[in-house]
Design a protein around this ligand. Structure first.
Ligand code: M6R
Length: 614
């Protein structure tokens, strides 16, 4: 949700922190701030509402001299986005400065107690409560900062990643995590801290991911030390990062979202690599092989996820039920966690999350594990919390997704779910060998087919002009195209702020049909599949009410093409592989409509890439 950056070393910290904040801006961008530990024994805090570039403008004439500091880009939870509520927050005596990602659930109780002790507050945030509590404990117990942080965190209920600096100790950062991510980058005589590795990837490939309940002591000239809340020393586990800088840049595209849409032939190839072998006739996911017995004996699979990942989960249900004959339920992770789920050791819970950090999905994983279910993770971010918490799983390997609206991660998730279903089908023998070969061969061709579909770009850009000022959209699909309709509608809503609803096409006549008129376009996803003829009648129902139709059909389609106002043709594929293909034109349509409206597609209002709060 929010992004944290920190640095201790010999270089000018301001430049490193600002660059890092830009990299983390996808996590939140309603305000930003920076605390510089000046060697003269002063902490300078500069904050500004809005994007990181506003903070840069604000800092132009300020004293930026410092070799260590912390910084933050915010997605507001407590208190509106404003200069005052932006992080870092000072403690009352100005000795400590703190940045925080997450929510402190019992902040009001702590705040009331501190007010009784005479504390005053400058902001409406839960974060300021935490820094005041640390300072209060430090003074009351006459202890050092580390002990005060440990003690304060024991009193706190909620999710947090924090970093604190102290005026009297300018070359040290104390950082801690519980349910919100934090990574430490270990360089040559310099140490970095960040919500993910992207701010320090150009300086070091050595990263340490903190675990829940751990506190990092980052001090100039000292090796990284990690302790628990009980002050027991933890092992410093160094991971070598595989990410590259070019993956974090726009590479000539106007926006990350467009770059990520166009990357899909490559990302899908990376996702398939080494997993579809023997000319398509053997589909192997090592995560499934490692848990073979579990999948062979599973009585039910429950998939939990949020947002776009939930749409991928719905496709997972069709894929697993069709290909493996195992009953599947799909749940919003946020509902699942409070629904008294009934699970046992013969259930498999699959958690899908691009970021691997979504708070609701992570909580669902923990509940499922506690109840004895076998938990399988599908994620993009290597080393993130969900892959670490699950028993086994699969990475989608699509590279960092920076655009807030998910595109290449969605197709990567659907691809992994397709491979998962075929991998299980192979071990359970629920599909004839010839059928697996046929699908495996078709999967190998998907990257080049996506490349062909991307040639629709210019046509879609032109078409988008006609619909830029529509107030509402309906997205309709049946079977495998229903989750694609949901995802198409979500994409449009997120970045263009146009109201859009995805519906199972046949369900439309039970209510939404009342909305249809000449002002209400419907996007109909109708590849040649076993429900094609059914959807033809749904198209007729829209036409009969004067609605305009944008149809995604297969090349050579003769029926719906004649009825639709605009037709986008994609190559024909086996039915269970169509979603990856049909979702591409919908991504482009949303992108261009949002661009025509002058919207910031990479950082849409109110959204953040990684939702690490409830
Ligand atoms: O990182 P996750 O996949 O767990 O994120 C889940 C949702 O927050 C995410 O898919 C969200 O809906 C995106 N903005 C979709 O574009």
């Amino acid at each position: 949700m929010c992004g944290i950056v920190g640095y201790v070393g010999d270089n000018n910290v301001y430049d490193i922190l600002i660059k890092g904040l830009h990299r983390l801006e996808y996590r939140g961008y309603d305000s930003a701030g920076i605390a510089l530990a000046n060697p003269s024994g002063k902490i300078n805090i500069y904050k500004s509402q809005g994007k990181v570039s506003n903070l840069e403008d604000f800092c132009k004439d300020k004293n930026l001299e410092a070799k260590s500091g912390i910084a933050h880009t915010r997605w507001a939870t407590h208190g509106e986005p404003s200069d005052n509520n932006a992080h870092p927050h000072f403690s009352e005596d100005g000795n400590l400065a703190l940045v925080h990602n997450g929510t402190i659930e019992n902040y009001q109780v702590i705040k009331d107690a501190l007010i009784e002790q005479g504390c005053t507050f400058q902001s409406e945030t839960d974060t300021e409560v935490l820094v005041q509590l640390i300072e209060y404990i430090k003074i009351k117990n006459n202890c050092n900062l580390l002990d005060a942080v440990r003690e304060a965190l024991k009193q706190v209920v909620g999710a947090y990643a924090i970093a604190v600096i102290e005026k009297d100790n300018p070359d040290r950062i104390i950082a801690a995590r519980n349910s919100s991510p934090l990574a430490v980058g270990i360089g040559d005589n310099e140490t970095f801290l960040a919500s993910d590795a992207t701010p320090f990837i150009e300086y070091t490939k050595d990263a340490v991911y903190l675990k829940d309940g751990e506190i990092a002591i980052i001090e100039k000239g000292e090796p990284l030390k990690i302790v628990t809340l009980e002050n027991k020393e933890s092992k410093v586990d160094i991971t070598t990062l595989e990410m590259s800088i070019s993956q974090l840049e726009k590479g000539g595209y106007d926006h990350f979202m467009l770059k990520e849409i166009f990357e899909q032939p490559t990302t899908l190839r990376d996702c398939i690599r080494g997993r579809v072998i023997n000319n398509g006739c053997n589909i192997m996911l090592s995560g499934v092989m490692d848990s073979k017995e579990k999948f062979l004996n599973a009585k039910r699979i429950v998939i939990v996820a949020c947002g776009t990942s939930w749409h991928a989960a719905l496709l997972g249900k069709y894929l697993i039920q069709d290909n493996c004959k195992i009953p599947v339920e799909v749940e919003y992770a946020s509902e699942f966690r409070y629904s008294n789920p009934i699970l046992d050791e013969r259930d498999i819970v699959i958690a899908i999350s691009q970021s691997g950090e979504t708070a609701d999905t992570l909580a669902a994983v923990k509940i499922a594990k506690d109840m004895g279910a076998y938990v399988y993770g599908i994620s993009n971010v290597v080393g993130s919390s969900i892959p670490r918490e699950t028993h086994s799983g699969t990475y989608i390997h699509v590279g960092p997704e920076i655009g807030v609206a998910s595109t290449k991660a969605f197709t990567g998730q659907v691809m992994v779910l397709t491979l998962l279903s075929l991998s299980i089908a192979q071990i359970k023998k629920t599909m004839p060998y010839e059928k697996i070969c046929e699908l495996g061969k078709a999967i190998i061709k998907i990257p080049s087919i996506v490349q062909r579909v991307l040639k629709l770009n210019d046509k879609i850009e032109k078409l988008s002009m006609k619909y830029t000022y529509a107030k509402n959209f309906l997205y309709l699909g049946r079977g495998y195209s229903y989750p694609v309709a949901l995802e198409g509608a979500l994409k449009l809503k997120e970045i263009s702020y146009i109201h859009a609803e995805g519906y199972p096409a046949a369900e439309m006549k039970h209510g939404p049909i009342a909305l249809i008129d000449a002002e209400m376009p419907s996007v109909i996803i109708a590849p040649m599949d076993h429900v094609y003829e059914k959807i033809v009648s749904n198209v007729q129902q829209v036409k009969a009410r004067g609605g305009s139709i944008i149809a995604i059909v297969n090349e050579g389609d003769e029926i719906i093409s004649k009825m639709a106002d605009h037709v986008l043709e994609v190559p024909e594929m086996p039915e269970c592989l169509t979603p990856i293909i049909t979702s591409i034109p919908l991504q482009l349509l949303s992108y261009y409509i949002a661009i025509n409206k002058g919207k910031d597609v990479d950082m849409p209002r109110n959204l953040a890439k990684s939702v690490t709060v409830e």
